[in-house]
Design a protein around this ligand. Structure first.
Ligand code: AMP
Ligand code: GLY
Length: 437
């Protein structure tokens, strides 16, 4: 019997745990550190935080864990995979060197340049005056044009500002570099980047260092408000269906981005093993890479994994052994959706602690309620403790079927302060319209 450990505590990790159970033929033991109230239904939760690498390694050692999988980026960027490997503990994920693709925007942009991966034109700066000077040269267009400022380091979603004008960009530079709006460390250096327009897609692949398997492309909904208004969040909902990325565009993403990235990483001495996530902008000038993430997306994972047919544990094993090229990774056809329900106030300071009603009314054979920020109250009830609380997720033959299942279920769930977007998956302009922009 195999023993698996998942590191993390969000909706992504709940979906991974559920998928290991749902797709796996064997019924091994599953642990999750630190987990949440929903994860506790499918795995044994262990009270160790994701940044306690030594404690996690000691747990894996004492429990003789057969495979550890890491959800979030922070432990990857700080070398949890290297630590486990140095102790001979089996783990799947990128090393610290490979995780620089997400951990440093400057490293990522320079890597894209070295390997001719299409991306927005950019400059880097290590002082506010340098950054402003780059904008003043005019290479990012006239003063009324948009320009993007990105903190170099990990900033939990607060490090990117799409500024509508150069004046706004100068303010963003000051906020990031002088007032440390994304933390003290993250914006020691910044990237100044050409603003692109088009449609975004999240393209995730399993990679074993050389071979890869592409997952169904997903569309995230980052803003808190309907019609993409209000501040950015970690993601308020996702869909997968054929409209997100058609075959021709997918082929270009694979040939122009995925393959050169994996080959480049191998050549530079850090073969990429794990889940590689490409944030892509589909522009009139072809796909452009906005960013790499070195992990599953949240809430992309929820919508993606409900379509997985192949044993996820077997995929992880193949990544570890470098045999992904021999494994056929299969997906259910059709579409899927995940609608996130959050606490009032999110993504700012949010309410917390209300009891969630109605979870028992959900038809679990068709709808999966992945928990993000939930806990058990002392009386055993499930309470809404995080910003994002639940990801209500379903697959169906088509997108409207999947969305209907999600929204019907959301109608049965409630707590004081619950908020969610009612427009997840609403059709966007078609790619033909993008062509004519
Ligand atoms: P990133 O963390 O780099 O993906 O940036 C977060 C979000 O900022 C992306 O999902 C885009 O919506 C937006 N963004 C990033 N780079 C650009 C760009 N060059 N042009 C327009 N929008 C961008
Ligand atoms: N949903 C975007 C991310 O996981 O980064």
């Amino acid at each position: 019997m195999r023993k698996l450990l998942i590191v993390g505590s969000g909706g992504r990790e709940h979906a991974i745990a559920w998928s290991l159970r749902n797709t796996g033929s064997e019924r091994g033991e599953l642990f999750c550190a630190p987990g949440n109230a929903g994860i506790a239904q499918v795995a044994q939760v262990v009270d160790i935080r994701v940044d306690e690498h030594e404690e996690l390694a000691a747990f894996a050692e004492s429990q003789r864990i057969d495979l550890t999988f890491v959800g979030p980026e922070a432990p990857l960027a700080t070398g949890i995979v290297d630590l486990f490997e140095s102790r001979g503990l089996p783990i799947v994920g990128p090393t610290r060197a490979a995780a620089r693709l997400e951990g440093s925007k400057i490293f990522a942009k320079e890597f894209m340049s070295r390997h001719a991966v299409p991306t927005a034109a950019f400059r880097t700066a290590d002082s506010p005056s340098d950054a402003v000077a780059h904008i003043k040269t005019g290479e990012f267009g006239p003063a009324d044009s948009a320009v993007v400022i990105k903190a170099d380091g990990l900033a939990a979603g607060k490090g990117v500002v799409v500024a509508a004008s150069h004046a706004e960009a100068e303010k963003a530079i000051e906020d990031l570099m002088v007032h440390h709006s994304a933390g003290k460390e993250a914006a020691q250096q910044v990237v100044i980047e050409q603003a692109l327009t088009g449609r975004e897609a999240s393209v995730l692949v399993f990679a074993d260092g050389r071979d890869y398997a592409v997952m169904p492309a997903a569309r995230d909904h980052k803003r808190i408000g309907e019609n993409d208004t209000g501040p950015n969040t970690g993601g308020m909902g996702t869909i997968t269906d054929a409209s997100v990325l058609d075959k021709a565009w997918q082929w270009r993403v694979v040939k122009d981005m995925v393959e050169p990235t994996l080959a480049g990483a191998e050549r530079e001495g850090f073969p990429f093993k794990g889940v590689l996530f490409l944030g892509v902008m589909l522009t009139t000038d072809g796909p452009k890479l906005l960013e790499y993430n070195v992990r599953f997306g949240d809430p992309e994972t929820q919508a993606i994994l409900v379509r997985l047919k192949t044993d996820l544990g077997q995929i992880f094993q193949a990544i570890r052994e470098g045999t992904l090229g021999r494994l056929k990774v299969e997906w259910a056809g059709g579409a899927s959706a995940c609608v996130v329900a959050a606490n009032r106030g999110y993504p700012g300071k949010y309410e917390s602690g209300a009891e969630i009603q109605g979870l028992e009314a959900i038809d679990e054979s068709r709808v999966h309620v992945f928990h993000a920020g939930t806990s058990h109250a002392p009386n055993g009830k499930v309470i809404a403790t995080g910003g994002r609380v639940l990801g209500v997720t379903a697959a169906a033959d088509d997108l409207s079927g999947a969305l209907d299942l999600c929204y019907e279920s959301l109608g049965k769930i409630s707590w004081p302060g619950m908020q969610f977007r009612r427009d997840i998956g609403r059709p966007l302009v078609s790619l033909a319209d993008v062509e004519s922009l």
